[in-house]
Ligand binder design. Structure first.
Ligand SMILES: *Cc1c(COP(=O)(O)O)cnc(C)c1O
Length: 402
C-alpha cells in the first residue's frame, strides 16, 4: 500500500449536505426485527411523532407524513393546493427553486420564475413588484426555498410574508425547509408560513425515505376548494387518519419510525433553540476558516454576506480543477467525503470541477467541524493550492469563545 493513503482508515465522515451523519442511537433504534404494523407499539410511536414534528416546525397546524424523499413532499404540497392552469411564483436563488417549479409545471401549473442568480438572496423589491402586478390574484402560491442547498443562500421568509400582507395578496406562502429544518431557525406560525415541506435525512438525522408536509387552516381551505386531489398525495387522511394505514396510504415505513422517534427525542432533549445555536456557532467557525483561507489563493465563499448564509451547508468556489481534486484527495487519503458543487456549472463543463460544498447539518459537533476543517487544510496543503494560513486557529477562536 502506498504511504500517501496511510491516513485513510478509521471512521469515515460524510460531510455532504444530505444525507447527513446519522447518530448511533438512531441506527441502533432501527436495528430490530420487523414489527407488527396492525397492533402494538408502532401505532403509538407514529401518533407520538406528530406533536414532536410540529414542535420542531414551531406550528400548531397539521402535518402529513409521506414515504418519499424531499421531491415527494414538493409534489405532495402542490397536489393539495395547485390545480392545472394555476400560477405559482417562484423566487430562485439556486437549483432547488427551479426543481420545485418544474414539479409544478409537471402538474400542469404555470411557474413564474424570478431568478436571482446563484450567490445572493431574494430581491424582495422584485418579488413585491411581481405580486403587485398580479392585480387579478392569479398567483395562487409563492414557492419559497428557505435555504438553497446548492448555493447555501438563506432567504428571508418573514420578509416575504410581510410583502404578501402589505399587498393583501392571498397567495399561499409555501416554504421548502428540506435543508434548514432542525438547523437554521424556522418558525412556521410566527413567520406566517402556510405550507412547509421537509425531509428526514438532513436536520432530522434519519436515513432518506420519509418526508413531511405541514399546513395551516388557510392552506386546508385551499385544499378543500380544489377540483380534485390525487388520492395518494392527499394530505387530509394522512393528517387525520381514522386507521393506522391511512397515515401512509399503505404499509408504514416501519424502521424509519423508530429512527425518527429517537432523533426527535435527541432534538427535544437538546432543545430546538440550542440546536439552532449549535449550528450557528459551528457555521461561524467554518466561515472564519474559509475567510482565512481566502486571504491568499483561489478559495472563496459562494455567499459574500454572513447574514445571507445558511448555517447547515456552505458552498465554496476553488476554481477548476481544484474543487474536484480536493474532494478526491480528502476522500482517498483522509476518509472524508465533501459535497460536489450542484448546479453551479453544467456537468461536462470543465468549470464543474471548481466547486465543493460542506454539509454541517444535524448530528455535528465541535470536534467533527474542526476535523472537517483540518481535513480541508490538509488537502489544500497536499495539493499545493495556495491558501491563507491560520484558518484552524480562526475557527478554534470562534468555538472557544462560544
Ligand atoms: C435535499 C433538498 C431537496 C431535495 O430533497 P430529496 O430528498 O433529494 O428529494 C429539495 N430542496 C432542498 C432545499 C434540499 O436541500
Amino acid at each position: 500500500m502506498s504511504t500517501t493513503s496511510i491516513a485513510s482508515q478509521g471512521r469515515a465522515y460524510l460531510a455532504i449536505p444530505g444525507p447527513s451523519v446519522m447518530p448511533e442511537a438512531v441506527l441502533q433504534a432501527m436495528h430490530r426485527a420487523a414489527p407488527n404494523i396492525y397492533a402494538g407499539e408502532l401505532i403509538d410511536i407514529a401518533a407520538s411523532l406528530v406533536p414532536d414534528l410540529k414542535a420542531v416546525a414551531r406550528t400548531d397546524g397539521h402535518v402529513a407524513m409521506y414515504i418519499g424523499n424531499g421531491h415527494a413532499a414538493w409534489e405532495a404540497a402542490l397536489a393539495n393546493t395547485v390545480a392545472p392552469d394555476d400560477t405559482v411564483l417562484v423566487p430562485a436563488t439556486g437549483r432547488f427553486a427551479h426543481g420545485w417549479a418544474e414539479m409544478a409545471e409537471g402538474l400542469g401549473a404555470r411557474a413564474q420564475i424570478l431568478d436571482f442568480g446563484k450567490r445572493a438572496p431574494w430581491d424582495l423589491d422584485q418579488i413585491a413588484d411581481a405580486l403587485r402586478a398580479d392585480t387579478g390574484h392569479a398567483i395562487k402560491a409563492v414557492l419559497a426555498v428557505h435555504v438553497d442547498t446548492s448555493t447555501s443562500v438563506r432567504n428571508d421568509v418573514p420578509a416575504l410574508r410581510r410583502i404578501l400582507d402589505d399587498l393583501d395578496h392571498p397567495a399561499l406562502l409555501m416554504a421548502d425547509c428540506i435543508a434548514s429544518l432542525g438547523c437554521d431557525r424556522f418558525e412556521m406560525d410566527a413567520w406566517g408560513v402556510d405550507v412547509m415541506v421537509t425531509g428526514c435525512q438532513k436536520g432530522l438525522m434519519v436515513p432518506p425515505g420519509m418526508s413531511f408536509v405541514f399546513f395551516n387552516d388557510r392552506a386546508q381551505a385551499v385544499r378543500a376548494a380544489m377540483p380534485r386531489v390525487s388520492r395518494y398525495w392527499d394530505w387530509e387522511p394522512r393528517a387525520n387518519p381514522q386507521e393506522f394505514f391511512m397515515y401512509w396510504n399503505g404499509t408504514a415505513p416501519t424502521h424509519h419510525l423508530y429512527g425518527l422517534r429517537t432523533a426527535l427525542d435527541m432534538i427535544h432533549a437538546e432543545g430546538i433553540e440550542h440546536v439552532w445555536a449549535r449550528h450557528t456557532l459551528l457555521a461561524r467557525a467554518i466561515w472564519a476558516a474559509c475567510e482565512t483561507w481566502a486571504q491568499t489563493g483561489p478559495l472563496e465563499l459562494n455567499v459574500a454576506r454572513a447574514e445571507d448564509r445558511s448555517t447547515a451547508v456552505t458552498a465554496l468556489r476553488l476554481g477548476s480543477p481544484h474543487g474536484t481534486a480536493l474532494r478526491d484527495w480528502v476522500s482517498e487519503h483522509l476518509g472524508l467525503t465533501l459535497g460536489i458543487g450542484l448546479g453551479m456549472a453544467p456537468p461536462g463543463d470543465p468549470a464543474w470541477h471548481g466547486f465543493f460544498r460542506l454539509g454541517h447539518m444535524g448530528h455535528v459537533n465541535g470536534h467533527m467541524i474542526m476535523g472537517l476543517l483540518g481535513g480541508i487544510e490538509t488537502g489544500l496543503t497536499a495539493l499545493d493550492i495556495p491558501h491563507g494560513t491560520g484558518a484552524l486557529e480562526a475557527a478554534a477562536q470562534v468555538i472557544a469563545k462560544g
